[in-house]
Design a protein around this ligand. Structure first.
Ligand code: AMP
Ligand code: ZN
Ligand code: ZN
Length: 304
């Protein structure tokens, strides 16, 4: 297969776009595709201060690389959760440090969960038997991202979620017709409270294999392994199912997700679910919450 732009051997064939490209033309294409998504969906602008959550994986490091290349005002945040016998967190952090060391202007901060709150997520999960590590981890990450964004005066929080991630979550929500979740699934979540930053996902139109290819072509060293706690997770199974579908029918994964967005934007699909929730402020941390006193995060640290 040859590059559609220059005729050199292609490094990737993107069947859903009917587009094969060489390394140089692929990186050029992916950067401009990301920039167009940022502009088309009004994610953020040049003057905005962006907080990028980085995990040490291919998606968030590739996104960091691109946002810096495009000249956005971006600062990264690594959340040291203390998971996978704490080895996994150590290794992921090392990837973030390594990326930043080799890149001019790559500023970042680290929030260590155990150092800041007294326990790692793993210790917390052991204490709260019956609560899954992944759900605790999600809660802790969301809280820390929101709080860091608010305290640092950032306009938006970006994450590295790609189309495979989004389609798997959509599939999960659609299987159960969880209309409340479906109403809130979007590449841009506007701020609903002065203490909450907008959430954006600039890679939401890219297949996982494309962000991985970008990282490889650009020589970005990232953590290959999935988080050890996610092994066997249903979202991983849904990703496999969607990839089987994609094998049979080119572009099925993309169409599933993008048509959902279109139905929402054009026809208001599920939007009636978005009744304004009354958001108060947590008595302890000040973050927005629907709970009467303490937010779900602060309740985690209360002794029972
Ligand atoms: P995941 O849920 O692991 O697929 O990660 C989705 C996105 O969340 C990543 O692309 C990052 O932007 C962000 N993220 C995940 N883990 C962390 C972490 N430990 N620290 C900061 N951001 C993270
Ligand atoms: Zn080429
Ligand atoms: Zn709180």
């Amino acid at each position: 297969m040859k590059c559609k732009r220059c005729g050199e051997p292609a490094v990737i064939n993107m069947r859903q776009h009917k587009l094969g490209l060489c390394g140089d033309h692929f990186t050029e294409w992916l950067i401009s595709y990301t920039e167009r998504a940022i502009e088309k969906y009004s994610m953020f602008e040049r003057g905005d201060r962006l907080l990028l959550a980085v995990s040490g994986g291919k998606d968030s490091l590739a996104l960091w690389d691109i946002l810096l290349r495009l000249g956005y005002d971006v600062e990264a945040l690594y959340i040291d959760l203390g998971i996978g016998d704490e080895q996994y967190s150590e290794q992921s952090k090392a990837k973030v440090e390594r990326f930043a060391a080799g890149k001019e202007g790559a500023a970042y901060s680290v929030v260590n969960v155990k150092g800041t709150y007294g326990k790692s997520v793993l210790e917390l999960a052991q204490e709260k038997r019956g609560r899954k590590v992944c759900s605790l981890c999600g809660l802790v990450k969301r809280h820390i991202m929101n709080r860091t964004a608010y305290e640092g005066g950032f306009t938006a929080v970006a994450t590295g979620h790609n189309l495979d991630d989004e389609a798997a979550v959509l599939f999960q929500n659609a299987l159960r017709w969880q209309t409340g979740y479906l109403a809130r699934q979007a590449p841009v979540l506007p701020s609903t409270h002065p203490h909450l930053a907008r959430k954006v996902k600039p890679f939401f139109r890219l297949y996982e294999r494309e962000t991985a290819a970008y990282a490889v072509v650009r020589g970005i060293d990232y953590i290959y392994d999935e988080c050890p706690h996610s092994v066997g997770a249903t979202t991983i199974f849904y990703k496999e199912l969607l990839n089987q579908l994609e094998e049979r029918s080119r572009g099925a994964k993309q169409q599933f997700y993008l048509s959902f967005l279109q139905a929402r934007d054009k026809h208001g699909l599920f939007q009636q679910e978005l009744a304004q929730l009354e958001l108060g402020e947590c008595e302890k941390c000040g973050q927005p919450t629907t709970a009467p006193t303490l937010c779900a995060f602060c309740r985690l640290w209360e002794v029972e």
